[in-house]
Design a binder for this molecule. Sequence first.
Ligand SMILES: [Zn+2]
Ligand SMILES: [Zn+2]
Length: 319
Amino acid sequence: MKCSLCEKEAVREIPYMKLFLCREHFIDWFNQRFIRDAKRYKLFEKSKRVAVAVSGGKDSTTMLHLLNEVSKQLNIEIIGVTIDLGINNGTKYSSKSVEIAIDNFKIAQVEYKVIDLNKDYNFTIDRAKSRTNRPACSVCGLSKRYILNAAAEEMNADTLATGHNLDDMAQFIFSGYIYGNFESLARNSMINPPERGYKIKKVKPFFFTPENEILHYAILKGYPFIYDPCPYSSEFGSVAQERIGDMLKNMETKMPGMMINLVKTFEKQIRPALHNIYSKDEDVGKCKLCGRPTSNGRDICSFCSIKNKLIAAQLTNGL
Ligand SMILES: [Zn+2]
Ligand SMILES: [Zn+2]
């Protein structure tokens, strides 16, 4: 198949745009959409210093390099942050991820910070998994949200960018509908202003970008990234999420553009309505242990509470 824009051989089909693109035109089209979306949705309005959360995977790695390339155009400074979650479980998953994240920070020549869950907070996701019966993914998600916010503030950033892509969003929205998690849906936008005691604005520049396009782009650009999935991603709970994801990918091949429509409808019409219902009169407190914001006026934030339970379980059960 020939490229829709020139005489070269196409390397990529964009079914929902009825386009075939050669290597150069795909890279060019991807770059232009990225900057156009960032401007159209005012993702970086008033932003000066943007921390990019890099896990070492394709999405966050691509986000780091793209944002860095367009940082002058958007008038922002880019810095990097990565977390060593201590997920090794015989696979060295976290050690490899952190190493790759650092390689990318060096390639991009950005200031960066590595947070080590074991050294800085005295627990790891492996130990959370083996010493308690809490699902590893919920401890991991909570820890990442807490640590990234805190780290971005410490690095004097005003904005935190994460690599969540269109497929992640479609899966999150669809499973939110199935299980009725409307409160978390109400809080999940491509742009979350600082609120509820937090100082950092959070943005997801790949909100409308399909996962397989990011993967193809990362490969064409030759970025180093980690292919392996998290060793805990096959846990119960994650399996249900994965099935929802597969079903959506399957539907997308039969109805090109379905995922973009699902996520756009959610962002433009459904989320604002949910936000009106769930954002009322929230009682924001301050954690007695770490000083960071708590929800529902609690004395201790959910991160400190889980962390202390895990450390206590480690002591009781032995390390
Ligand atoms: Zn072309
Ligand atoms: Zn706390």
